[in-house]
Design a protein around this ligand. Sequence first.
Ligand SMILES: [Mn+2]
Length: 421
Amino acid sequence: MVKFIHAADIHLDSPLRGLERYEGVPSLARSATRDALERLVELALDEQVSFVLLAGDLYDGDWRDYSTGLYFRRQMNRLREAGIRVFWIRGNHDAASQIALRLTLPEHVRELSCAEPETVILDELGVALHGQGYAQRAVTDNLARTFPPPIPGMVNIGLLHTALEGREGHEPYAPCTAEELVNKGYDYWALGHVHAREVVHQEPWIIYPGVLQGRHIRETGPKGCTLVTLEHGRVTRVEHRDLDVLRWCSCPIDCSPAADLDGLLELVRSSVRQEMEAAQGRCLGLRFELSGQTPLDRDLRRNPGRLEAEIRAAVQEELGDGGWVEKIKLRTSSPQRQLAQEFLPAGFLQQFFSTLDQDPELLAAVQDCFQEMKAKVPGELFAEYPELDLEDPQAFQALLHEARSLAELVLSPEEGTEDED
Ligand SMILES: [Mn+2]
């Protein structure tokens, strides 16, 4: 029996996004990509694998200094002591052209050529490895096409960083089709580049293990590597292993059952408890998306700062130092908002207000309307609101301004902070 690990897209020392803006981010979050790599090394030692494959984007980009390379080397040395070899290729992030600093790697860590497909034969294991890395960041050629035919009598493994036919959110590098890979006659394709786990094909196996550690809120859920077992010259077992130390969670909260703010916070708390259980003690980066029709809608939108602070406080109570709130998105609605949206054509109020700015006659007409309305209202009401002095042009402008922002607030389909990436 021979075991090996297939990992990809480690993006070592990649800064995690969404950490900087808030207090209460655990320090662990800053070393997550390194910690996940350590867990990979531990898995390799525990499972006594024969070799480890890294299918590109080991590094996130050019190193700030040599510490990234030295750190990687130190981890690899732990594998050498156990006789575990490592084979890796460069991807778009760590293409030969992208990384200026170089550090000689020990002999048991072997990089496959960026110039052409290279084959390494591991005679004692009955394994033939074929792979090619990226010389340049943007590889638009079909690299798989020039990979050699399989070596008969061996388990043939292809190592390639590719988007295949194209995957959403990923540059279409080294394009090829799954069919082409199947037809190549190899037993296993160890792919990299796509950050979500995917078993593209079984027997022959074509696999994306996904990123080793999620780096932002779009990389949610368990992350890790693939552990492969070979017996009698064929692949007999393929398992995903979770190695992430920090888990990103997107938590939808339907606010409609909540009668008040406390009720809403209880919904948030129970969602946090669920995620904690699923993540088995890992650190959590949480995003809440509040939706549903609720009478709270108006208060939430008028005072999003308070809402955010209350949610952060509730989460802190549940999680302690075990996580933080990455972002809160407000997508709630109210019966009033729905009514307004149904009855007022999109952009109508906006257009009205901007015309008002430029058209003194329209402005005068509106002012007359208000005067008429004012005449019908008992005078003592106005004594309480001196700012409703409609004859004063400045006061009138201020009122219009307020009306405009209120209208925008009520009509906006969604409020709150938006993604900037
Ligand atoms: Mn990539």
